[in-house]
Design a protein around this ligand. Structure first.
Ligand code: SAH
Ligand code: SF4
Ligand code: F3S
Length: 436
């Protein structure tokens, strides 16, 4: 029996797919080489923006044919989209061939739902909060070597006015420090070379014994000597000098902070309920760079939030230059039903939004290219992650998040290599291995 999993969304979902794979293995399934060969297909969905949903709808529709060809095929749909108000019922009606719909807190129960579905001939729906709990105890089948993801928090309490995450993932829960440390130690012993701590807002972590994020990070970095540590995402309102001190104190913590700014305008930041100002954001980055001058900062930015004026948009452009981001994820605001912003007056017309996103991407790219050019002639240390068969090149990232490509006779995945950069293209660097 074979499985196939389609994943949408963020790292959280990618990691949850590893947990779903773990459950399916336990149920006796192995990974299929294609969707057509699968006996069970699981969709792990995202609803952060409308296009994430549309993408999943299109691919779900295409399953009808497979289901007709194979009567025993099981189709299960989980993840954030299923948790949206009324969405599970909608999916059940639109795609009546779906066998199982499971929510973000019901992942650990997937095995039982599959067994039940084989007995009962009706669509099974199990959502949060009908059953609440996180999926600790599920052994993931990791697919990201040499990196491993480790959840430290689940959910979010911030209610940024545009965002659906708090509604579909529930309130923030911090995992126990002892459980996190023991997972980290196991991963180090198993030979992982990079660990990424995951949470919607990692720096609001609060352990049951009062442990704060910077203290947890300090302990994780000490427990994982020789292993790179990354963490994401951090919220600017929870930025602290203590966090910077811990980053500075440990050479194995990557000198990269992903700190979503969202907008450069104070009025828009306030409407977004972000709880910091442009000035405070820049002050924090200045402190970070004073302490760790080479630290890279990356960000997320949204254009065309309701009522955003041309001048306010230009403040986001100027923030990109002032903050000197090495790269940024850029998004057009997408109204999400149930959020505060979706009810605001002054939604921005599509052509204005398109124009703004193009100008923002251009501005971000210019900055990225300028920074990448400075690498040419220098040597960077990358952790080789994969082989790109199309380019016939190995690839890896340096601690600042820059991608490096190189040729090698032997398999380098999982090795740290020194790369002499001879060419830069966007965020990617190309070079050759030195000291071999
Ligand atoms: N918890 C993280 C990531 C949340 S989702 C954080 O707070 O940074 C990742 C990014 O998607 C957000 O940072 C935001 O830039 C973007 N995003 C969230 N909701 C959105 C929406 N409704 N429209 C457009 N972009 C959105
Ligand atoms: Fe969404 Fe804001 Fe929470 Fe991030 S911090 S997940 S943007 S509500
Ligand atoms: Fe999407 Fe859910 Fe992540 S909405 S971005 S998969 S938390």
């Amino acid at each position: 029996m074979n499985y196939h999993i389609e994943t949408y969304g963020c790292q959280m979902n990618l990691h949850e797919t590893e947990k779903i794979a773990g459950i399916l293995h336990r149920e006796g399934y192995t990974s299929a080489t294609s969707m057509e060969e699968a006996d069970i297909i699981v969709f792990n969905t995202c609803c952060i923006r409308e296009n994430a949903e549309n993408h999943a709808f299109g691919n779900l529709g295409a399953l009808k044919k497979l289901k007709r060809a194979n009567k025993n095929l099981i189709v299960a749909v989980g993840g954030c989209m299923v948790q949206e108000e009324g969405k599970a019922q909608f999916l059940k009606e639109k795609f009546p061939f779906i066998d199982i719909l499971f929510g973000t807190h019901n992942l650990a129960r997937l095995g039982e739902l599959i067994r039940r579905r084989k007995q009962e001939k009706k669509t099974l729906i199990e959502l949060f909060p009908a059953r609440s709990g996180v999926e600790d105890g599920v052994e993931p089948v990791r697919a990201s070597y040499p990196n491993a993801w480790v959840n430290i928090t689940y959910g979010c309490n911030n209610f940024c006015s545009y965002c659906i995450v708090p509604y579909v993932r529930g309130r923030e829960i911090s995992r126990e420090k002892a459980d996190i440390l023991s997972e980290v130690e196991t991963l180090c012993a198993a030979g992982y070379k990079e660990i990424t701590l995951l949470g919607q807002n990692v720096n609001s972590y609060c352990g049951s014994d009062g442990t704060r994020f910077f203290e947890l990070l300090d302990e994780v970095a000490s427990a994982a000597q020789g292993v790179r540590i990354r963490f994401m995402t951090s919220h600017p309102k929870d930025f602290s000098a203590e966090l910077v001190a811990v980053m500075k104190a440990h050479s194995n913590i990557c000198k990269l902070l992903h700190l979503p700014a969202q907008s450069g305008s104070n009025r828009i930041l306030s409407l977004m309920n972000r709880r910091y100002t442009r000035e405070k954001y820049l002050e924090n980055i200045a402190l970070l760079r004073r302490e760790i001058p080479d630290c890279a900062v990356t960000t997320d930015l949204i254009v065309a939030f309701p009522t955003e004026t041309e001048e306010e948009f230009c403040e986001t452009l100027s923030l990109v230059k002032e903050a000197d981001f090495s790269s940024a994820f850029t998004f057009v605001y997408s109204p999400r039903t149930g959020t505060k912003a979706a009810q605001m007056e002054g939604q921005i017309p599509e052509e204005v939004a398109k124009d703004r996103i193009m100008r923002l991407i251009d501005c971000v790219n210019k900055n990225t290219r300028k920074m990448s050019a400075q690498y040419v002639g220098k040597t960077v240390r990358v952790l080789c992650e994969d082989y790109d068969a199309k380019r016939a090149l190995y690839l890896g990232r340096d601690e600042y998040g820059r991608m490096g490509y190189f040729t090698s006779e032997k398999n380098r995945v999982g090795e740290f290599v020194d790369l002499k950069v001879d060419r830069a293209n966007g965020i990617s660097l190309f070079g050759s291995i030195t000291g071999d």
